[in-house]
Write a protein that binds this ligand. Structure first.
Ligand code: FBP
Length: 327
């Protein structure tokens, strides 16, 4: 890709989706919140100078009118870079609808073939930050993984905080984490945001365990590639229909354990996310009289840095607001 301008273009896309989604915050309608974010992201992508293809999106063409897997995006002019794009226009639709922390808008990009085409199934996941990379095994007993993570981080197991989605399917897992002596933080939604957090120093999160969406797994892998963290993951294939959908996407080994470099194998990875509701990692959208302020995270696997971008957006027609911002 080698195009620094794409960075800011992608930030603009996630910012616009976040500002749009934030207008629905707390209104209790998750579908509408998602639709608004999808519309805004789709519209903003039209002006980006790429030949993009959605590989992780809102679903297959017949179930998603926009941002469906396989949809072409961008200006698509001759000679522009061919790029694969993974989006979650609103990660945490429920969190936005009820105005709870950590709803974000997300986009990852890579050269063609740089992001796994994954069906929208569940995925077992184990995510850690750079300090515990290489220490985990998806199939190892929970207590062994926790001991290995603690050892790698120079902590005691009793000091570890593990995030788990609050679902009945995770009751046994939560029991095992507690029995091993670590602390559980249950979250109602948003394992992607949690996965990013465990790779950010000082976030207070040391690992994420349990099953969640596969699209969120691929997006987390893209972020973790940039942050030096790790994910181990396996698709949950529990019916013939699941098998069919995997094979349709070229996945033959249904029991395969994927690592970050399998889910997001690209040479170049860009990752951008903007906060919608206030969260541990990113502040949410704050509206002022004639505009909005956003906080975004921008990652690139080749750069040894994470950028937090604080932007003020002024509504186009309001000249007074432009004057205010000059101070
Ligand atoms: P949405 O934003 O698509 O609603 O996803 C939220 C989420 O909590 C993800 O973070 C997580 O991976 C997935 O849903 C878990 O799925 P489920 O709610 O079916 O357990």
């Amino acid at each position: 890709m080698h195009r620094d301008d794409l960075f800011l273009e992608f930030v603009r896309v996630v910012e616009r989706a976040a500002i749009a989604a934030a207008r629905t915050m707390g209104q209790g309608d998750r579908k509408y919140a998602d639709q608004v974010a999808v519309d805004a992201m789709r519209k903003e992508m039209e002006s980006v100078d790429i030949d993009g293809t959605i590989v992780i999106g809102e679903g297959e063409r017949d179930e998603a009118p926009m941002l469906y897997i396989g949809e072409r995006l961008g200006r698509n002019e001759a000679g522009t870079a061919a790029i694969d794009i993974a989006v979650d226009p609103l990660e945490g639709t429920n969190l936005c609808a009820i105005n709870e922390p950590n709803a974000i808008t997300v986009l990852a990009a890579s050269e063609r073939g740089g992001l796994l085409h994954a069906p929208d199934l569940y995925m077992e996941k184990l995510m850690v930050g750079p300090g515990a990379r290489g220490a985990i095994e998806l199939d190892a007993p929970v207590a062994d993984n926790l001991a290995a993570i603690a050892r790698s981080l120079g902590l005691r197991v009793a000091e570890l905080v593990v995030v788990v989605l609050d679902r009945p399917r995770h009751e046994r897992l939560i029991g095992e984490i507690r029995e091993a002596g670590a602390h559980v933080r249950r979250i109602s939604d948003g394992d992607l945001c949690a996965g990013i957090s465990c790779a950010v120093a000082g976030s207070g999160v040391h690992a994420v365990m349990g099953s969640g969406g596969a699209p969120e797994g691929v997006l987390a892998a893209a972020a973790l590639r940039c942050l030096g963290g790790e994910i181990q993951a396996r698709l949950v294939v529990s019916s013939q229909e699941h098998e069919r959908r995997c094979r349709a996407m070229g996945i033959e080994d249904l029991r395969r354990i994927y690592r970050a470099s399998d889910l997001a194998p690209g040479r170049e990875i860009l990752f951008a996310a903007t906060g919608v509701t206030d969260g541990h990692l990113l502040r949410g959208v704050r509206r002022f009289g004639s505009g909005a302020r956003t906080c975004s995270l921008l990652l690139q696997n080749r750069a040894q840095r994470a950028r937090f971008i604080d932007s003020l957006h002024v509504d186009e027609t309001d000249d007074d607001a432009v004057v205010q911002l000059r101070f």
